[in-house]
Design a protein around this ligand. Structure first.
Ligand SMILES: *Cc1c(COP(=O)(O)O)cnc(C)c1O
Length: 383
C-alpha cells in the first residue's frame, strides 16, 4: 500500500539550514589555519560581498543590529532626531534608532496587498526633526526605492536600507542595499545567506567605510591580524564597540555567497509552486509581494481572512506537522516601544492575520504540496 503525502505524517519544519560538505571543509581549513578571529577570510568575504552587490565597500560585523547601530552613528543620528521606520519589521530596524537616543517614527505599509513601507506614509511622518528613513525590503522584495530616494533628496534625509531579507535582491536601478547611503545585511541562521550570527554594512562612501572599520573594533587603528603581521601597536581614535565578524563565520559566508544565485532560483520555484496552489484557496489571500519575479523570497506569507482564528490555524497546522511563523508582530505595539496609540491600521491588520509558511532552499515539492494540502484542510476545519 502506498500512502499519499496527505496520509503520511510528513513533518515540515519552518526552516532548515542549507549546509553541506563545502561549509564543513571551509570550517576545517580555518580551524587548521589556527586563525579563527577576524582575519583573511573576513577580508575575502567583504571583498566578494561588495563585488556581488557592485558596492564600493562592505564591512563585516557581528550581526545586522550592529550594522544598523553603526549606520545611525555614521550619519550622525542622536538625541532630538527622528528616523522614519516601518513597524511591520523585526524589532532591530527600530531599536537601532533608540540605541543612539533618537526617536523611531513608525510609518504604515502600503496596503493589504503590498506589505512594504508606504512612501506616502513616510512623507506624512516627516517633521523638521527627521534625519533619516530606514526602509526594509519585506520578504525579499525591494521597497519602492525610487520614490523613497526622491523623498530623501527633496527633504535632505539620509537613507539606511535594512536589507536583511534581500541579499543579491534587486529592483530596477540596482541591487538592494546600494540605494541609500548605507545598506545593512544579516547572516543569522534562517536568513537567505547563513553564518549563524553575522552581518554586513555596505556603502559607496570611503569615509563611512573607514569609520565603520574603526568603530567595529573599539576605535583601534590596527587589527590583531595586522599586529600579528608586524604592524605597530594601536592608537584609539574614538571609543567604539566590539562588533567584529570572525573568520570561522566569514568562511561560511564565502561558501554561502557562492551558492546563493543558484539557491535564489530554487526559492523562486518554491514561491511559484505555493502561489499556483494557494491563489484560489478560500479563507486567505496572497499579498502581491510573493508574485514579484524580482523578489528573493526570504518569506512566503499569507493573509488569513478576517475572523479566522490565527492561533487555531497555526495550532492545527502544527498538529498536521507543519511549522509556521509570523512576520511580524508590529514593533510599535511592543511594551518596550510604547507607541500603541500611533494609528497604523494596515500594519496592525497584517500583524493580526498574517502567517508565514515554510520556505527554505531544500524544501521538496512534495513538502510544499503537503503544506498546501494542510492549509486547505485546516481552513476547512476552522470554518
Ligand atoms: C534578522 C533581521 C534583523 C536583525 O539581524 P541580526 O543579524 O539578527 O542582528 C534586522 N532586521 C530584519 C528585517 C531582520 O530580518
Amino acid at each position: 500500500m502506498t500512502l499519499s503525502a496527505s496520509q503520511t505524517s510528513l513533518r515540515v519544519p519552518f526552516f532548515d539550514l542549507d549546509y553541506d560538505e563545502s561549509e564543513e571543509r571551509a570550517i576545517l581549513e580555518v580551524l587548521q589555519s589556527k586563525w579563527i578571529s577576524m582575519g583573511p577570510r573576513t577580508e575575502e568575504f567583504e571583498k566578494r560581498f561588495a563585488q556581488a552587490l557592485g558596492a564600493k565597500h562592505a564591512v563585516a560585523v557581528s550581526n545586522c543590529t550592529a550594522a544598523l547601530h553603526l549606520s545611525m552613528i555614521l550619519i550622525g543620528v542622536g538625541p532630538g532626531d527622528e528616523v522614519v521606520v516601518p513597524s511591520l519589521t523585526f524589532v532591530a530596524t527600530a531599536a537601532c534608532v533608540k540605541m543612539v537616543g533618537a526617536k523611531p517614527v513608525f510609518a504604515d505599509v502600503s496596503s493589504l496587498d503590498d506589505w512594504r513601507i508606504s512612501p506616502r506614509e513616510i512623507e506624512d511622518k516627516i517633521t523638521p526633526r527627521t534625519k533619516a528613513i530606514i526602509p526594509m525590503h519585506y520578504g525579499g522584495e525591494g521597497a519602492d526605492m525610487k520614490k523613497i530616494m526622491e523623498i530623501a533628496r527633496e527633504k535632505k534625509l539620509f537613507v539606511v536600507e535594512d536589507a536583511c531579507h534581500a541579499p543579491l535582491g534587486e529592483i530596477e536601478g540596482g541591487k538592494l542595499g546600494t540605494f541609500g547611503e548605507l545598506g545593512c545585511f544579516s547572516f543569522y541562521s534562517n536568513k537567505n545567506l547563513s553564518t549563524g550570527e553575522g552581518g554586513m554594512l555596505v556603502t559607496d562612501s570611503d569615509e563611512y567605510a573607514e569609520r565603520a572599520r574603526l568603530l567595529r573594533a573599539h576605535g583601534m587603528t590596527t587589527s590583531a591580524r595586522q599586529r600579528h603581521e608586524g604592524q605597530e601597536f594601536y592608537e584609539v581614535l574614538e571609543h567604539g564597540f566590539n562588533y567584529r565578524m570572525d573568520d570561522l563565520r566569514s568562511c561560511l559566508g564565502l561558501v554561502q555567497l557562492e551558492k546563493l544565485p543558484e539557491r535564489m532560483k530554487r526559492r523562486s520555484e518554491i514561491a511559484s509552486r505555493y502561489h499556483k496552489q494557494l491563489s484560489n484557496q478560500k479563507g486567505l489571500r496572497l499579498p502581491e509581494n510573493e508574485r514579484k519575479p524580482s523578489s528573493v523570497h526570504h518569506l512566503f506569507t499569507v493573509l488569513l481572512d478576517e475572523g479566522i482564528d490565527r492561533a487555531g490555524f497555526r495550532a492545527h497546522m502544527r498538529k498536521l506537522g507543519v511549522d509556521t511563523s509570523m512576520h511580524y508582530p508590529p514593533v510599535h505595539m511592543f511594551t518596550g516601544f510604547n507607541e500603541q496609540g500611533v494609528p497604523l491600521p494596515v500594519t496592525e491588520e497584517v500583524g493580526k492575520r498574517s502567517v508565514s509558511l515554510p520556505i527554505f532552499n531544500q524544501i521538496s515539492n512534495q513538502q510544499i504540496d503537503y503544506v498546501c494540502d494542510s492549509v486547505s484542510k485546516t481552513l476547512k476545519e476552522l470554518s
